[in-house]
Design a protein around this ligand. Structure first.
Ligand SMILES: Cc1cc2nc3c(=O)[nH]c(=O)nc-3n(C[C@H](O)[C@H](O)[C@H](O)COP(=O)(O)OP(=O)(O)OC[C@H]3O[C@@H](n4cnc5c(N)ncnc54)[C@H](O)[C@@H]3O)c2cc1C
Length: 399
């Protein structure tokens, strides 16, 4: 039997994979979009918070939005700092499914319950991919000109040493997201809790998400106190932590999911016939663990480069490096800056467990405080509560 042939095989129909698939299919490329689960987003652990502007880039219906978010509230040891925001929350099982279906409706071949097991680049422009059809319990192979890895932290791309994926392993975080019944906070506000009782480096959150709240905790794995399990921290956040127990302890948990977050970029994003994007490439904010917006940005940057390679019928690393250059001059710049800040914060952990939060606050909200109040943050509680410069002018206030 002839082997099936495609222009591009995309491994993973999450955000990055489905946005890429849609854009390629819209330009008439023959795309195979593989998803190991019964449908996209089924097992994805996530808070589901993203910028409204990025949601709009996805071209899916507003009915997928669970809540419009107008305020971010950072709960810090000295009080609540509130920011204006223009974000939305989504349920990933609906959001990812809608993205994959849109890609399919634009011509991509979507195969659910199809796990990419292995791949081999026979030569630039000829990739052989081994796939398991989980429903029928059979394995088969396809060929493509290009392969795009959008398969999350445990990506198949880790097989290729030239991506240098292992360099981000010490900076992986783990986070839990529970869906709990009821919305214990205002429906257009999210709350993020930074406090040493939760983690020396990490945070907890409550995001309103339609008929439920998404409640979670996450931390860098290497800073999890010895022997403590993240699950125990989640229980503490729900039932004992003084600022959240009264809101959450009686709420009913409807769903529990946990997942890894690679908080550092991998070494390289392209090789002959191969590109890596989204969590597979470590494109996650090292300060806040958010990766949906980056996954969308990466897919948008990647699509024209792959189309160009197909047009030129050239698939080597040099041609694909246009993708690397493009992301390097756009959103990766911000992720790299955040990485440097996160190093400073992590280093500060050696001084005292409260210092990471203090330094993060001065960096994140610095322009909103006078010098005296920045000193107050750093020496809190000795010099009293810090106050912001001017409320209305900066769209920031203390509660
Ligand atoms: C608990 C938690 C909360 C989070 N909250 C937020 C948040 O509120 N906002 C935010 O921006 N980010 C958040 N993140 C991060 C965010 O979820 C990721 O950055 C984002 O999902 C990355 O999208 P992606 O498409 O790159 O990868 P993924 O969403 O991981 O998608 C990968 C897809 O590939 C599939 N797959 C994997 N392997 C294979 C294979 N071999 N064959 C076929 N298919 C495969 C998977 O099933 C999945 O559908 C959170 C993460 C966690 C763990």
């Amino acid at each position: 039997m002839d082997i099936e042939k495609f222009d591009v095989v995309i491994v993973g129909a999450g955000v990055a994979g489905s946005v890429l698939a849609r854009k390629l299919a819209e330009a008439d490329a023959r795309v195979l979009l593989l998803e190991k689960d019964a449908y996209s987003g089924k097992t994805t652990a996530c808070g589901g918070l993203l910028d409204r502007s990025h949601f709009d880039k996805c071209l899916i219906s507003d009915t997928i939005i669970e809540q419009s978010i107008r305020k971010n509230i950072f709960v810090l040891p000295w009080g609540e700092v509130c920011f204006d925001a223009d974000q939305v929350t989504v349920k990933r099982r609906k959001f990812d499914r809608a993205l994959a279906q849109l890609a399919q409706s634009r011509g991509a071949e979507l195969r659910n319950q199809s796990k990419a097991l292995d791949y081999e680049v026979l030569k630039p422009g000829q990739v052989r991919v081994s796939i398991k059809d989980i429903a029928r319990d059979l394995n088969y192979q396809v060929e493509s000109r290009l392969i795009a890895f959008a398969d999350g932290p445990l990506s198949l791309a880790r097989k290729n040493p030239s991506f240098n994926s292992d360099q981000n392993k010490p900076y992986w975080a783990y986070a839990y997201a529970y869906e709990t019944e009821g919305i214990p906070i205002e429906s257009d506000e999210i709350k993020i809790y930074f406090e040493k009782e939760l983690f020396p480096w990490g945070y907890g959150w409550i995001f309103p998400n339609g008929n439920v709240s998404n409640v979670g905790v996450g931390t860098l794995l290497k800073f999890l106190p010895k022997k403590a399990k993240i699950k125990q921290k989640q229980d503490f956040f729900l039932n004992e932590y003084s600022r959240t127990a009264s809101l959450l302890s009686t709420s009913e948990i409807q769903d529990k999911k946990g997942g890894y977050l690679p908080m550092k970029l991998i070494g390289s994003f392209v090789d002959d016939s191969q590109v890596v994007l989204g969590d597979a490439a470590g494109m996650v904010s090292p300060l806040f663990g958010a990766g949906i917006d980056s996954a969308i940005d990466a897919a948008e940057a990647c699509a024209p480069v792959l189309l160009d390679a197909l047009k030129q019928d050239t698939y080597n690393r040099a041609v694909l490096s246009a993708y690397e250059n493009k992301i390097g001059s756009t959103f990766l710049k911000d992720l790299k800056k955040q990485w440097i800040i996160s190093r400073i914060i992590i280093f500060s952990k050696r001084l005292n467990v409260n210092w990471p939060i203090k330094i993060l606050s001065v960096i994140a909200f610095g322009g909103k405080y006078t010098r005296w109040n920045k000193i107050r943050i750093l020496f809190f509680p000795i010099l009293g509560k810090p106050t912001v410069l001017q409320k209305s002018k900066f769209n920031i206030e203390h509660r």
